[in-house]
Design a protein around this ligand. Structure first.
Ligand SMILES: O=C(O)[C@@H](CO)OP(=O)(O)O
Length: 206
């Protein structure tokens, strides 16, 4: 049985381009982000992949990325489940601030801790651990059972919500996940074993 699970971070958003903390704010893709999403779809199609169900967050940039991917793989109307459990980590009071301005105000090290530590939340927001506490149960209850039934699943979500998911899927420690960065619009193709562990992983990059 092909237990296929594809994870993809949305293409470049307007606020990625402007270097703003985004979190639960809702900018759309830039023209570059649209192209990244289309390229992701073309790469999946080139491998002959298609899907039975799609998941995405409640945020436009992930939904738009997913719809461009589905267009490219020839499945524009595919059943899609949208859930805020897959939203980006909530950046709290940092949302909307420029990342360089934040470094100037609070210092390089503090901003790095807010962005990439495992369990230190930004003011008023979620740590990666907090994000995992909503992403992981959603994966276990809503996504994984479908994969294990043999449904081919694609998930379009966000840098930190996917990092939290990958940490659990790959059994990474807090120290390991803080060094892991996800490129925009680069699909990660997993095939799971019968015991839900990862049998195969393929990152679709140039
Ligand atoms: O601003 C955000 O929401 C995220 C993703 O773009 O940023 P960072 O990579 O700094 O966690």
């Amino acid at each position: 049985m092909d237990r296929l699970l594809v994870l993809v971070r949305h293409g470049q958003s307007d606020w990625n381009l402007k270097n703003l903390f985004t979190g639960w704010r809702d900018p759309d893709l830039t023209p570059k982000g649209i192209e990244e999403a289309r390229t992701a779809g073309r790469r999946l199609k080139a491998l002959g992949l298609s899907f039975d169900i799609a998941f995405t967050s409640a945020l436009t940039r992930a939904q738009h990325t997913l719809s461009l991917i589905l267009d490219e793989v020839g499945q524009p109307g595919l059943e899609t489940i949208r859930d805020q459990a897959l939203n980006e980590r909530d950046y709290g009071d940092l949302s909307g601030l420029n990342k360089d301005d934040a470094r100037a105000r609070w210092g390089e090290e503090q901003v790095h801790v807010w962005r990439r530590s495992y369990d230190v939340p930004p003011p008023g927001g979620e740590s990666l651990k907090d994000t995992g506490a909503r992403v992981w149960p959603y994966y276990i209850h809503d996504i994984l059972p479908r994969v294990m039934r043999g449904e081919r699943v694609v998930v379009a979500a966000h840098g930190n919500s996917l990092r939290a998911l990958i940490m659990a899927m790959e059994g990474l420690s807090g120290d390991e996940i803080v060094k892991r960065e996800l490129d925009t619009g680069v699909p990660i193709v997993y095939r799971l074993a019968a015991d839900t562990t990862i049998a195969e992983k393929n990152v679709l990059k140039d």
